[in-house]
Design a protein around this ligand. Structure first.
Ligand code: ATP
Ligand code: MG
Length: 408
């Protein structure tokens, strides 16, 4: 991609008052545009990141037998009434359609997927079953804030598992934890598994995946002796008053898994005939990850004074070629040669083809945060360029051939 053609440009002055690093840097870099509180448009650079995160999530969900589906984001009122949640989910966006018919926008989908599974399954042979979707969710959050961390429309991967026995459920639940940790690791995040209240659904714990950072709005208590971590808003048996016992840290919840027991299958009448001819109740679990919140968290964790430092796995481009002087014929031709050679090897490359002061171009490259900057300067005429990893900033002079070999 030639930077001059890219829709969405860097703008340092824009969000001086942004309430978080991810909001500020993503807006300044031209990754996103804010439409209103909690509503962001993904510009080409930002969408590349979000899509990479979603793809990582997709691969790991497929690896634990997830089958991807897509349920309409707009749903009629009835399924929400059937589960008793039309009036109890306070963040549910409700709309009125033609003929005064009432609708809701998906904020989660237990209410919609349970009737779907009831419709599509006929016997115990259809279970266990694991379905997921990756799409936008809508929540009428009283306070949308912190950029992508808390939006009113945001991306969610929601997976639901259906089992006929507790052992099968428990085993899958543990498997999902490992898959979740893999997702975060691949995204460059070090997440911890935190016990939290099971809420309305179960007496058991649910589990959150939390990334420790001052930018987080959750408070996690880590037991100094056992290493067990708990969310602050939690079951009584944990003595969180005893502050000696815990290391307390701020964190961002990037995922959440829940045992649902038979809360939704009972409400919807989802039962199946077992091998013995007896009707069996279906036990469910629900498993969420917020790819857009993950994207915001990555920026919170991976940035410095100068800008974002994308982990390679989610960077919009791997290499950023910066010719110091685009009007210099040899620099321009070396830059273009590199651009084509790297692309031919499948490397994603951004080329800064603007006629601007080098300082400004370097500052933009730092702000945008691609893993490698290739500076094409005076020595280009002799076949030398500079390779600079964004993370270390350590510059190495290499030949064009060496750079291509190094990055591909
Ligand atoms: P929170 O406690 O932060 O309000 P939640 O517990 O309600 O979130 P879930 O219903 O479990 O969240 O949703 C699954 C995942 O979706 C969360 O772990 C988070 O990563 C993401 N998520 C939830 N709400 C938002 C939001 N308003 N903006 C962005 N991501 C969100
Ligand atoms: Mg939560």
């Amino acid at each position: 991609m030639y930077y001059s053609k890219l829709f969405g440009k860097t703008n340092k002055s824009k969000p001086a008052d942004a309430d978080s690093a991810n909001a500020r840097l993503l807006l300044q870099g031209g990754f996103v545009s804010q439409m209103a509180a909690g509503l962001y448009t993904y510009l080409p650079l930002g969408l590349r990141v979000l899509d990479k995160i979603k793809q990582i999530v997709r691969e790991e969900m497929n690896a634990i037998d997830g089958q991807e589906i897509s349920i309409p984001m707009l749903s009629p009122k009835e399924p929400w009434v059937a589960t008793g949640r039309w009036d109890t989910i306070d963040v549910l966006f409700k709309l009125e359609g033609a003929g005064n018919k009432e609708y809701a926008l998906q904020c989660t989908a237990e209410d919609l997927i349970t009737p779907l599974v009831k419709e599509q399954t006929t016997s115990y042979k259809d279970f266990p079953l694991t379905l997921y979707q990756i799409q936008d969710k809508f929540r009428n959050e009283p306070r949308a804030k912190s950029g992508l961390l808390r939006g009113r429309e945001f991306s969610m991967k929601d997976l639901y598992s259906f089992h006929l026995d507790q052992e099968g459920f428990a085993e899958y639940y543990e498997r999902s934890k490992e898959a979740y940790l893999k997702v975060y690791r691949r995204c460059g995040l070090d997440a911890m598994v935190v016990k939290a209240s099971g809420g309305d659904f179960t007496e058991r714990f649910s589990h959150e995946f939390q990334v420790a950072t001052e930018a987080g709005e959750d408070t996690v208590y880590v037991d100094k002796q056992t290493g067990e971590a708990y969310n602050k808003e939690i079951v009584d048996e944990v003595d969180l008053e005893n502050t000696e016992k815990y290391t307390i840290t701020k964190a961002i919840e990037v995922g959440n898994i829940f045992p649902l027991e038979t809360r939704f299958s009972k409400a919807i009448g989802l039962q199946v005939q077992g091998a013995d001819g007896q009707m069996k109740e279906v036990i469910m679990g629900s498993y969420g990850i917020g790819p857009s919140r993950v994207m915001g968290s990555i920026v919170e964790i991976h940035h410095d004074e100068a800008g974002i430092i994308w982990p390679e796995s989610v960077a919009p481009f791997y290499a950023h070629i910066v010719p110091v002087n685009w009007e210099d014929e040899s620099q321009k031709s070396v830059a273009e040669q590199l651009y084509l050679a790297l692309q031919a090897k499948g490397v994603e490359v951004l080329l800064d083809d603007r006629v601007k002061r080098p300082g400004e171009k370097f500052a933009d490259a730092d702000l945008l945060g691609m893993p490698y900057r290739i500076t094409v300067g005076r020595r280009a005429v002799e076949g030398f360029v500079e390779l600079r990893p964004r993370k270390t900033g350590e510059i190495e002079e290499l030949t064009v051939t060496e750079v291509i070999a190094r990055l591909s």
